[in-house]
Write a protein of this length. Structure first.
Length: 201
């Protein structure tokens, strides 16, 4: 009986380490909407020291096929690349809408982010904890640089007085604060350049 319990514990640990719906071209995915065929990129393992270990350059596709079905890739999931200290560059393809909290935490060698979307994807806070964004070059479509640099123009600063006067609830205030902090991460990139100036290798 004791051996059976140990075996079940080992199986549950393995499931928790590799809990994704499918993998394709070296990336793992969770299906977040089966009817609409939408997926999120997710972590390879929750053993963060080995999550996507050895990967240096990653391209998030706009779509991926699995079992003869094409899925739109709209999200990078929570902790997707957390702890991947070998990651140096990431390409965010068109169609990406959201990057969830801690997606790139502790990616300490990240130096290049290429974002092909015309509008900045929504960033949950914190997305880049442990990453020195001042050292990271952000490449975006030419003509849309100001949209990334001035994104906070589209967000209201959470009003503490409105909360204290009871005009908004604590929950509403917290949501506004998280949205504002998330968006502010785009402005932490000090080197925002047009994609057209990417060095040709």
């Amino acid at each position: 009986m004791k051996k059976l319990g140990t075996l079940l514990l080992l199986i549950s640990n393995v499931v928790s380490l590799w809990a994704y719906d499918f993998a394709s071209n070296g990336l793992c995915y969770d299906i977040i909407d089966q009817e609409e065929h939408i997926v999120a990129v997710t972590y390879q393992t929750s053993d963060w020291a080995n999550n996507y270990l050895g990967r240096t350059d990653i391209c998030i596709p706009s779509s991926v096929r699995h079992n003869d079905t094409s899925y739109a890739v709209t999200t990078i999931g929570c902790c997707a690349f957390a702890g991947c200290r070998t990651l140096k560059s990431i390409v965010l393809s068109c169609g990406l809408e959201k990057i969830r909290a801690r997606a790139f935490n502790s990616c300490t060698n990240l130096r290049t982010v290429i974002c092909e979307t015309l509008e900045p994807p929504i960033l949950e806070y914190p997305t880049f904890e442990g990453v020195k964004l001042k050292k990271v070059k952000l490449y975006v479509p030419e003509g849309y640089i100001n949209g990334y640099k001035n994104i906070l123009n589209h967000y209201d600063i959470p009003d503490r007085e409105a909360l204290e006067e009871g005009c908004i609830s604590q929950e509403e205030y917290n949501e506004l604060l998280i949205d504002y902090l998330g968006a502010s991460q785009w402005q932490a990139f000090k080197q925002v350049l047009p994609i057209e100036t990417l060095p040709i290798e």
